[in-house]
Design a protein around this ligand. Structure first.
Ligand SMILES: C[S@@+](CC[C@H](N)C(=O)[O-])C[C@H]1O[C@@H](n2cnc3c(N)ncnc32)[C@H](O)[C@@H]1O
Length: 375
């Protein structure tokens, strides 16, 4: 916590924005568990004050009871992540701020404490979530925050321009719309990633003097729930791989090991590979009897590949099929990443223009692909 943000965090308790029934992440069990304030108020408060993400909505609200639903669709992010993104935003008193993803309203209230409630506009796609946030903000004395129900991808042009924009849901594309609503020199902070794996990184983009582009480095890894319209249903395996298995596919082998490849957690390898191998989703099977298969599916055609790692072998068998050789692309990207000195997240960056988005390494003049992808 830095001195500039400490008063806001002290004045705006997270608990004031959480519902009586909530699902904090339980570190011991590694999953979200139901905690009901009416049943155990002290446990509820202890969880509210702890540094864990707390699910506040499942299945877009199509969920009842206390058992966790299938997909979490709104949450209060981990306080340390909330703080680090606010620190990245470098916001000053009196600045005009747009938040995308109101959720509980806690982040909007922290911003309101810093810049003045009348300077905060927050967009939430889910009408029920937005209404709850309005109520919580009012009760916390931040009724002057404008909560708009709508698609945050569109921003909120009627209240533009903004000095700062912060998104609290993950994006794959679509940042350019906010660039046009931000002043030159303004800052946009957004969790951004590719479809390759869930790991995202916080992009901190500064809008150019002519207001037509924004560019900047990633600051740190995160995983946010994706923007509603950018959720990706996992590819249907049967639509790619014939029922008789990998038999017809081209067979080869690789010396890349499971440990080098699946580093787990918020490892940079998957993020870097995703930047180099567009439109490719990675799905790792559960490990069984010392074997694990990792599948790759092309999003623009029916290319697929599978590598099967075995604890008792140094070399792993690869099968590939379709117009692309997805494992070859992935392996080449991994070797490229090593040759660059295994760069961490902060050496990568992103430039967004009207033509699309271009990730880069070290400097915008060193793009990772020749053609920009979707805006
Ligand atoms: C991690 S939560 C936000 C946490 C929030 N800032 C807080 O302080 O509690 C992400 C939110 O983004 C919202 N969301 C998803 N897609 C959106 C979109 N297209 N436009 C606006 N909000 C969106 C979700 O409904 C969810 O409430």
């Amino acid at each position: 916590m830095t001195p500039d943000w400490a008063p806001a965090f002290a004045a705006v308790p997270r608990s004031a924005f959480l519902p009586p029934l909530m699902w904090p992440h339980d570190a011991a069990g590694g999953r979200a568990v139901a905690v009901d304030r009416t049943a155990d108020a002290s446990d509820w408060h202890a969880r509210a004050d702890s540094n864990v993400p707390i699910v506040t909505q499942w299945d877009d609200g199509d969920h009842e009871g206390s058992a966790p639903g299938r997909r979490f669709t709104s949450s209060s992010s981990m306080p340390s992540v909330v703080f680090s993104m606010l620190a990245d935003l470098d916001v000053r008193p009196g600045q005009h701020v747009l938040e995308i993803g109101t959720g509980t309203g806690w982040n909007a209230a922290l911003l309101a404490h810093r810049v003045g409630a009348g300077n905060v506009v927050s967009v939430e796609v889910d009408p029920a979530v937005a209404e709850q946030a309005r109520g919580a903000l009012r009760r916390a004395g931040c009724g002057a925050v404008t909560v708009v129900t709508g698609d945050g991808l569109l921003g909120c042009p009627q209240a533009a321009p903004y000095d700062r924009v912060v998104a609290t849901c993950g994006l794959r594309s679509g940042v350019y719309g906010w660039v046009r609503q931000t002043v030159p020199g303004g800052v946009i902070v957004v969790p951004w990633g590719t479809h390759h794996c869930p790991t995202e990184a916080v992009a901190r983009l500064v809008v150019a003097d002519d207001g037509r582009s924004a560019s900047g480095c990633f600051t740190r890894p995160v995983t946010f729930m994706r923007m509603r319209s950018q959720r990706l249903a996992l590819p249907e395996h049967d639509a790619y791989v014939p029922t008789n298995g990998a038999g017809e596919a081209e067979k080869s082998s690789t010396a890349v090991t499971e440990a080098e490849f699946l580093t787990g957690g918020l490892g940079v390898e998957g993020f870097a590979v995703g930047l180099r191998v567009p439109d490719c989703v990675r799905v790792a099977d559960r490990k069984q009897n010392g074997r694990r298969s990792v599948w790759f599916y092309g999003l623009t055609d029916r290319s697929w590949a599978v590598v099967t790692f075995r604890d008792d072998r140094d070399e792993s068998v690869v099968h590939q099929s379709g117009p692309r050789r997805l494992w070859q692309e992935v392996e080449a990207a991994l070797h490229w990443w090593r040759r660059q000195g295994r760069p961490g997240f902060e050496r990568f960056g992103l430039t967004v223009t009207a033509d699309g988005q271009t990730p880069w390494l070290d400097h915008p003049s060193n793009p990772l692909s020749t053609a920009p992808t979707g805006r």
